[in-house]
Design a protein around this ligand. Sequence first.
Ligand SMILES: Nc1nc2c(c(=O)[nH]1)N=C([C@H](O)[C@H](O)COP(=O)(O)OP(=O)(O)OP(=O)(O)O)CN2
Length: 184
Amino acid sequence: MLELQFTRRFSMGHRLLSDAAPRCAIPHGHNEFVTVSIRARNATALDGQRNMMAAFADVKRRWHHFIDTRLDHALQLGQGDKLLDWFATHEPENYQRIVVTPGDPTTELMAALLMAKLNSFLEADMPDLICHQLTLRETETNAVTISGPVEDVLPQLDRARSQCWWWRADDTISNAHLVSRDAG
Ligand SMILES: Nc1nc2c(c(=O)[nH]1)N=C([C@H](O)[C@H](O)COP(=O)(O)OP(=O)(O)OP(=O)(O)O)CN2
């Protein structure tokens, strides 16, 4: 089985409000690496001439643009976080640069949301390809890997896919373009 694998680095800030990791309630940041493995939905042998699944640049272009322009240096907050109201009131221009997540933006959740986002891009642009594994490395010593269908990992939410930025093949990172405050 052939796989293409790409890694991109980005900086982020976040905080976790559940009592599972109390010291993570203070906003802090990490330089993270996201590694994706992409394969053909219907695998075939190399053709003996072109000998590629798809050009690296074509597969990476939209994904790396999203990471570089939307994820890099963004703040990640859970949808109930009071800091969202603070930004909406005091710094509305920066509110657009907050990744809003369903519950705490843990590494597990972000890995799942990013895998869904990449598969939304691939479905729109290169439907023969699918991301089947993603590793999000938060620190030198902590990483999360998801393998297989991302739907098995994502939280079950009572909302349409169109209301979830990770299922939209666009550069959104919240619903801030739909409503200004109650984004998620
Ligand atoms: N299951 C998870 N646990 C924790 C997460 C997470 O995303 N998923 N995140 C954090 C914090 O973001 C924290 O910054 C990193 O955690 P932690 O390993 O506790 O801290 P260190 O990197 O300082 O650990 P060392 O191994 O001592 O360097 C917490 N938990």
